[in-house]
Design a protein around this ligand. Sequence first.
Ligand SMILES: [Zn+2]
Length: 76
Amino acid sequence: MRCLYCKGSLEDRQTNFIVDLGECIMIIKNVPSQVCSQCGEVSYSNEVAKKLEAVVDRMRSMVRDVAVFEYSKIVA
Ligand SMILES: [Zn+2]
């Protein structure tokens, strides 16, 4: 797979996913992702993106200020 932006090559790497929901910020650590070795753009597989979305949806009512999760522990 190639980077959508610069056509650089993508590497499998774990990255931190940070989402700012306004009233709170969620950080999900060590998410499996593909990182462009050229421009650093991070992308997720459809499966991972769906799981991230589900986690954010599930946790947003419980989170205040800032919360940090470990991907492997929070994703079923
Ligand atoms: Zn790139």
